[in-house]
Design a protein around this ligand. Structure first.
Ligand SMILES: Cc1cc2nc3c(=O)[nH]c(=O)nc-3n(C[C@H](O)[C@H](O)[C@H](O)COP(=O)(O)OP(=O)(O)OC[C@H]3O[C@@H](n4cnc5c(N)ncnc54)[C@H](O)[C@@H]3O)c2cc1C
Length: 413
């Protein structure tokens, strides 16, 4: 049965949800507070479609490691404690999830969703000839500077994920742009992909527009959700009240602002930064996506630019650029890839990862019978978007979901 679905949020998650819903025969109205789609956290993220590296941040040993980082000037992590119960609740839940067994269980849920995501994007690219977003299957190399972290990581390598352990010399053979050295080895995963998330959002929007089954309301902020008898009835757009049949909340890190009684969304923004460095004919940028494990920086060649992304700052909701953090990323990038691009022309950006404490998103039905959630994708929103959209469309259409929903379906929410 075709349904009328209203989606709040036009980032990569809301747009992928709309695309999957329209493909399944539903009609969508998508609302975003911004005038341009995909212009918040989905704008200039790392671009990595990291389908096999999905282990959540919360893990055994992380609290101790984080304490060590916080004492360093070049730390990839920054914490500014605030008088904000949301921040403290989130951190308490995060610490609770820092156990090996919890990490393994959540990583398995994410891996299932990531596989579905990869297959779904492939299907959309092939069936619908969806293109124009600099997609490539370029492989991903995680490099290690520290012998202990390398040893620890190589013990976890599995054939199932088709990973290969490489020496430092092998890493440089695979990716000559790594010639500046500083690495003891790496782990290569050939099937990982890369693309431009903002361009992907624009392409989805164009196809949705052309379908005749999606209406966009841009520059319109949803200010409230009206409900009665366990169902949502309407949304408020300032003075205007718009009735809804089915409602999807996909408003990224701001989703909790639209809370309803009994709807607890354990979300907090983890701020990160990126540089987009133009690549000219004379430059030597990496082709393979690189994750510098010990510095927690990712590098991805997206078309004619090198995207450098890093940092996890737990500092509240201010998405402003912080010159010191960006200068550190720039210094480390130049040190690692001195000839990769024109760093003087790099475009700086900051974004807010919509993070749950466990790193696992909430996808599916809520405590309100016609309110659906698709949020909390943290550091992996681009990677997980197509699978999450597909699952949501299946659930709203009352079909059997493509994968086991264990761990992904919202519980108390
Ligand atoms: C530095 C950095 C690097 C990253 N690198 C990667 C990567 O390499 N690979 C990867 O998979 N992921 C990466 N991510 C994560 C990824 O970018 C996010 O998970 C993803 O963009 C989240 O998408 P979203 O649609 O949930 O949120 P958003 O893109 O933020 O979209 C939410 C939308 O909701 C709208 N909205 C909010 N409130 C309202 C309201 N009340 N009314 C109307 N509209 C509203 C906003 O305007 C916004 O457009 C990275 C993130 C950062 C910060």
């Amino acid at each position: 049965m075709a349904r009328q679905v209203c989606i709040i949020g036009g980032g990569v998650i809301g747009l992928a949800s709309a695309y999957a819903l329209v493909r399944a025969g539903h009609d969508v109205t998508l609302i975003d507070a911004r005038d341009t789609l995909g212009s918040e956290t989905s704008f200039a993220n790392g671009g990595q479609l990291s389908y096999r590296y999905v282990a959540p941040l919360a893990d055994a040993g992380v609290p101790l490691q984080a304490l060590g980082w916080l004492l360093r000037g070049d730390s990839p992590l920054k914490l500014r404690p605030r008088l904000d119960p949301q921040q403290w609740r989130w951190m308490a839940a995060f610490l609770g999830a820092c156990r090996g067994s919890v990490n393994r269980r959540n990583a398995a849920h994410l891996l299932r969703l990531a596989s579905l995501s990869q297959a779904t994007l492939q299907q959309w690219r092939e069936d619908d000839r969806l293109d124009g977003f600099d997609w490539r299957r370029n492989g991903k190399l995680v490099t290690f500077r520290n012998a202990d972290t390398f040893e620890h990581a190589r013990r976890k390598v599995t054939d199932i994920l088709q990973q290969q352990v490489l020496s430092a010399a092998d890493c440089t053979r695979l990716e000559p742009a790594l010639a500046s050295g500083g690495f003891v080895g790496g782990i290569y995963t050939p099937n990982e992909e890369v693309a431009d998330c903002h361009a992907f959002c624009q392409r989805l929007a164009a196809r949705l527009q052309a379908s005749g089954h999606c209406r966009f309301l841009l520059g319109r902020k949803v200010t409230g959700i009206r409900h009665s008898a366990g169902a949502v009835q309407a949304i408020e757009l300032g003075e205007e009240v718009m009735p809804v049949e089915q409602l999807v909340l996909a408003a990224g890190h701001r989703s909790a602002e639209l809370g309803l009684p009994g709807l607890v969304l354990p979300l907090y923004p983890l701020k990160g930064y990126s540089l987009s460095v133009p690549i000219g004919a004379q430059h030597r940028a990496p082709n393979v996506s690189i994750t510098d494990y010990d510095r927690k920086i990712v590098y991805a060649r997206i078309g004619e630019q090198l995207r450098v992304a890093a940092m996890v700052d737990i500092v509240g909701f201010d998405a402003g650029l912080e010159p010191k953090r960006l200068a550190l990323i720039r210094r480390q990038a130049v040190e690692t890839f001195p000839l990769a691009g024109d760093y003087a022309q790099a475009v700086e950006w900051a974004g807010m990862r919509p993070a749950t404490p466990t790193g696992v998103p909430l996808i599916g039905a809520s405590a309100y019978r016609n309110l659906w959630l698709n949020l909390g994708h943290g550091a992996l929103g681009f990677t997980l978007a197509c699978g999450s959209g597909q699952l949501l469309a299946e659930l709203i259409g009352q079909h059997m979901p493509s994968i086991d929903m264990q761990g992904l379906a919202p519980r108390a929410a």
